[in-house]
Every structure is written in structure tokens, then in C-alpha cells.
Design a protein around this ligand. Sequence first.
Ligand code: ADP
Ligand code: MG
Length: 623
Amino acid sequence: MADIIQLLPDHVANQIAAGEVVQRPASVVKELLENAIDAKATDITLVVKDAGKTLVQVTDNGSGMSITDARLSFERHATSKIKSAEDLFNLHTKGFRGEALASIAAIAHVELKTRTDTSEIGTHLTIEGSKVVSQDPAVVPKGTTISVKNLFYNIPARRNFLKSNPVETRHIIDEFHRVALAHPTVSFQMLHNGSDVFNLPASNSRQRIVHIFGSKTNEKLVPVSEETEIIKIEGFVMKPEYSKKSRGEQFFFVNDRFIKSPYLHHAVSSAFEGLMKNDVHPGYFLFLEVDPHSIDINIHPTKTEIKFDDEHAIYAMLRATVKHSLGQFNIAPVLDFERDKGFDTPYEYSKKSPTAPSIEVDRDFNPFQERAKQGNIKFPFKREVSPSWESLYVGLKDDSGHAHPSGLRSSTEAEMEMEFESEEVTGSIFESKETETGQVTLQLQNKYIVSPLKNGMMVIHQNLAHQRVLYEELLKNITVKEAVSQQLLFPLELHFSKPDVAIIEKVREQLEHTGFIFSELKDETIEISGIPVQILESHVVNLLSQLVHDIKEEVPDTGFSQNDMLAKSMAASMAIKSGVSLNKEEREHLINQLFACKEPTVSPTNKPVFTTLDVSDLDKKFM
Ligand code: ADP
Ligand code: MG
């Protein structure tokens, strides 16, 4: 019998290999973007037409290729990235198989323009179905542009198998996100059918996430950071309340390579246990760094799977680290009930220029009426924190807009400036002696504090209430400059981007008035040796990152509005969150603090802090 085995011609072998490497236009996007990263580009532009079916083009300002390399790059197993099998275990590049360009060139019309830094003339090469059509010298910018046109033109079955344009575009954007997130210091542009889809400046990883997923994302991120002998974990998880029903933003990167790992996903999900409902998924952007020797990425041609030497240890560390970060974020740092009240600065405006109390003449005054007994002088000043907060509540308009039964006016003016009554009147709205001392308060859903009133009940939003308390306290500290700080045993060293440190430098003075002590503010480092008493050390990073973000968003101009913004931002970071359980003393303390505020009715961002429900409101429900 005649010999029947033949070596396949290269172009057939390439086409077969292409079946594995190039499944859809998004695969081309991934390979080209990764090649640009490997070429050390700092600026990369992706241009796509018709969901990549007509054109995928990547331009970079990286190393470029020599004339010979340009030709060789389309050969199978031609790579500049590894030389021997050992190199496989010390990979610092995305590519290494030398397959991508060969595969792509087998199934599309490809055009390459490239020039290295050292040569004046570049090269322009066209290749179709693995056949070089032309290669000419060309005047081109430094770097490389590869255009891939008419993908699968010679494999109609594959072309017909492609999904609709929106679906293929989605896949392309996913790949774009993965590369862009892993390389925040590289700037990326993406255009689709001539219009801008993304324009991402070089930045840090938090900013990159925000640029891609929108400015609302920033407040959802909880920083994660841990370094051990075998792994370094950096990145962010989304706060549990932003978990999604659908699988949302879930990204693992190992040594800057996007990977999929159900196993590690499980580690992260289990760290969220008890913090979110069962049917939602946490979002995360986690960057793991391990010794390249300890992983094997040579498992899958598209390389999104990875094998770790010590999977169990990595699982355990990842879970613990995420749990720790969530814990730091969730534990309310602020209510320090053990604190000696004597250390607190009393709330008074001693340093402010005095305002004359306004005295109003009541034209309806009738000395023969009962209510004449009540004083009607408005105090623009704050009274000492009274343990019987209820007395301070008197005079605030209830929700329905009716005046309280105590007979006070309920004009808008009265809402703005609290009126104080003689003691005999206060307390009368409360059910009994017991409620008056605040003993009957309860917490609803770890979110609201409910307290009965004589005529109904009051429901207080714990987070907004605490924001109000902190806001007034911080604002006062910033302007009056007399906050107490807690010295740290070991100075806290934090790292931010240079521009972020510069922003903190700008508000340094104000921050110091709130109790921060900065021992160093330089380049990318902030060293802190003292922090405000109302905050836990572990919470400082979050607070400062949030503050930097808020400052960037707000672009404050005048001194006053900047102080205001600062106090708002810090209060929002520091306030007890919804979901935190408060015991009886904590509830009472918060209520007392709230009603010692200048404006207890609204939060710093103008949301109502509490609402009241009258018995008459309830009665209506039973009619
Ligand atoms: P791999 O990336 O696995 O090495 P590819 O087929 O993707 O294989 O690329 C082959 C070679 O072509 C690379 O090793 C590299 O030397 C060169 N190359 C590809 N794209 C670029 C680029 N954008 N800039 C410079 N060189 C490139
Ligand atoms: Mg490659």
C-alpha cells in the first residue's frame, strides 16, 4: 500500500489553529491589544467596524518591528517572547505561543504598518489567507498598526456562525475592558463605526474603573490590599449593597492577565456571606500577583484559565482579605460611647461674631389666653446637649405640616430656627416618664430608629442622622480649629497617586483642624500620626480616597464651600451605615446628638433625617 500520510500545508495548519485561537472578532481584539501591551505601548487605539466583522484595527506607540520581524511575525510559532521551555515558567508577557498573528492572517485580510524607534523608514505589509500580497517600505509613525479586515472571509461557515452585531460588540467591549483594567497606566481609545466609545487617559486603577464604569462606581468600591509571601492582592470589591442579580463586574487578574476562576470566585462570594442576599452576586476588581513560577497559564489557547501551585492557600488568603476589607468598611467606626463627655468641645459659637437675637412681636398676643404662658423668643444659638433630647424636638414641625399640639407656630421660619420652650411644656408630647428618658427606642432593619411620641411616633434614619451630627461637628472643627486628635502608636503610611496627594496637600490645613496630623505628604506617600477621635484607623484610607474623589467632582472654589464639601464628604464616610445594629445606649446617644444639632431635620445633603407618624395618620389606615 502506498504511503498516505502527508504534512499539511502551512496555510491549512494555520486555518485549523485559527479555529482555536480566533472564535470571533473579540478574539482578534484581545490578541492585538495584548501584542500592543507586550510591545510596551503607552497609548493604544482600537477601531472597530460592524462589530469587528468588517474591521478590527489596533494602533500602538510601542516598540514596532524591523522589516524581517514584520514578515516573521505571521509565521506559526514565531515569537520574540520566549526562547525555551523554561521561559514558559517565567512569563512577563501576554503572548508566548507565536500563534495569534499566523492564525489571524490565515482567515482574514491583514495589513501591518510598523516602524521601530531606530529606523527611519517603516514597513507596510499585506497578507491574505496566509499569503503575503505585498511588503513595501513606508513612512509610518513609530509603533505598529495592524488592521484585520473581513474576518472569516474564506470560511463562510464560521462567518455565518457569528452572532448579531450587538452581541459581538459586547464581546469586543468585554475584551477591551479586561485589557484596559489590567493596564491603567496605558491610555486607551476605542472607536466603533466612527464614534468614540471609550477614551481612557492614563491613570490609576481606581480611576480606570471609574472611567469605564462611570463616576457613580467610585463610592461603591471598597479597597482590598494584602501582601503575603506567596501572593499580593490589590484592588476593590463592590459594597455588598451594590451586588447585582445578574453577574456584573467581576474581574480577576493574575499578573495583569485577566482570568476566569470559578474557584476564586467562590472565595470572594463566601467572604460576602451574611452581607448580601443569596440570589445576588458581588462585584470585584481583584489584581493578584504571584511568582510566575508558581502558575501555569499554558492550559487553554485563549489563556483565561490558570493553574496555581497552591490553590488552597490562595483561596484562603483571598477570602480572608476580602472579608477583612468588608469588615473594615462595615463596622461603624464612629460612635465612641466610652469617651469621656468632658473631652468633647461644647457646641457653641464662641468664636463667631455674635448675632443679635431677633425678638418677634406677636400681634395676636392675648394675655388672657393659655398659650401666652409660653415664651416666644427664638434662640439662634445652640443649647447644651440635653440628655432629654425630646425637649429639643418640641417645636419642629411634624410631617403632615400641622403644628404640634403644644401650640407652637409652625411657620417655615420656625423650622429653620429651633424654638425653645420652658421645661414645663416640653415632654408633654411624650407618652410617659419612660419614653421621656428615651428608654423605649427600637431599631428597624438596622436602619431606622423608632421612638414613640405622645401623639404617634418618630422614625429616624440612623445614617442620615449621624451624618448631620458629624457634619456640624466637623464643620465647626474646621472653622473654629479646635478638634481633638488621637495619636497613633505607629504612624499610618498610605499610598495615593501623585495628583491625589497634591489634592490632599491643598486641604491639609482643614484636615488638620478636624484632628488629622500629617507627618509627611510627599510624592505618592502620606504619613499620618494622628487622626480625628471620631474615626477608626482602618477607616482612614476609605475616607481620604472618598474625599479626593469628592473634591475632584465638586471643584470647589471659595473657602467656605470647600469647608462645607469637606465636612459633607467626611461625614458621609464616617457616619454609621445602614445595616449596623445599635444598642439602646447607642440609639439614645445618637438621638441626643441629633437634637443638639443646629438643623436636625435635614441631612447635609438635604434629605429628611426623620419623619413622624401621628395617631391620626394611623387612624386613617383603619378606616
Ligand atoms: P506572541 O504574542 O505569542 O509572541 P503573536 O503571533 O501574537 O505571538 O505575535 C508574534 C510576534 O510579533 C510577537 O512575538 C512580537 O515579536 C511581534 N509583534 C506582534 N504584534 C506586535 C506589536 N504590536 N508591536 C511589536 N511587535 C509585535
Ligand atoms: Mg500575541
